[in-house]
Design a protein around this ligand. Structure first.
Ligand SMILES: C[S@@+](CC[C@H](N)C(=O)[O-])C[C@H]1O[C@@H](n2cnc3c(N)ncnc32)[C@H](O)[C@@H]1O
Length: 208
């Protein structure tokens, strides 16, 4: 066992949605890693964040976990894949949080979200990784001034430092994710690049 695996075992606690996680594993649906999820939920607690905007619902696994922290929290979430969206809606209903979720079947790149600026406590970006910059630019105005923006998979399972990539698409993806990471690192936003899961980037909306 290496150190990363050791930390992962410590961070992996009781699973509240084992059926959904099993479904994700079985059907190869990518969902947030357990240790990144633990960090995300901790951030929610620290900030007492109760309104979330999620880009990339998949089957509702991370959304359910976010909503589990506070009974009076609300989630707006966007998914472009119809089958995933339908499953997510079923899962939200199954766990009786449907009334707290505003789920959109749409492309986050083009959706016209009817939402006030500076109205959510946390933005969670977890969709097509090559569009992280686009999603940040488009959706960060919806985050309150003291809110947080969290981006998952900023390490691309190691691809982000792989100099031997031969495929054009993979190389482009690597370049885009790296460019976003570098851009955030140099920005006036306070940032933390956390090596949990597949890498979690935490950005404070308030600029320094
Ligand atoms: C990594 S999965 C999300 C996992 C989920 N947040 C979780 O941890 O349970 C990424 C999802 O984003 C969706 N997606 C990718 N590009 C998108 C876009 N432009 N608009 C909306 N959804 C998108 C994919 O269909 C996929 O279901």
């Amino acid at each position: 066992m290496d150190l990363a695996q050791y930390v992962k075992t410590l961070n992996t606690g009781h699973e509240s949605y084992p059926d959904i996680l099993s479904y994700a594993v079985e059907k190869n649906v990518p969902v947030i890693d357990s240790d990144a999820l633990a960090a995300l939920k901790h951030l929610i607690r620290i900030k007492a964040a109760k309104t979330y905007l999620e880009i990339g619902t998949a089957i509702g696994y991370s959304g359910l976990h976010m909503l589990s922290v506070y009974d009076d929290s609300r989630l707006i979430t966007i998914e472009k894949d119809e089958a995933s969206y339908e499953t997510a809606v079923e899962n939200f209903s199954k766990y009786k949080v449907g009334s707290r979720v505003d789920a959109h079947l749409d492309d986050a790149k083009t959706i016209d979200l009817n939402l006030d600026e500076a109205s959510v406590d946390m933005l969670f970006i977890d969709a097509s990784k090559g569009n992280n910059q686009l999603f940040f630019d488009k959706f960060s105005p919806f985050v309150k001034e003291d809110g947080l923006i969290v981006v998952d998979n900023i390490l691309l399972r190691g691809l982000v430092i792989d100099d031997g990539i031969t495929g054009r698409n993979k190389r482009k993806l690597k370049e885009k994710v790296d460019a976003f990471n570098q851009n955030m690192s140099k920005s006036n936003y306070p940032t933390s690049f956390l090596p949990v899961g597949d890498g979690l980037l935490v950005i404070s909306k308030s600029q320094v």
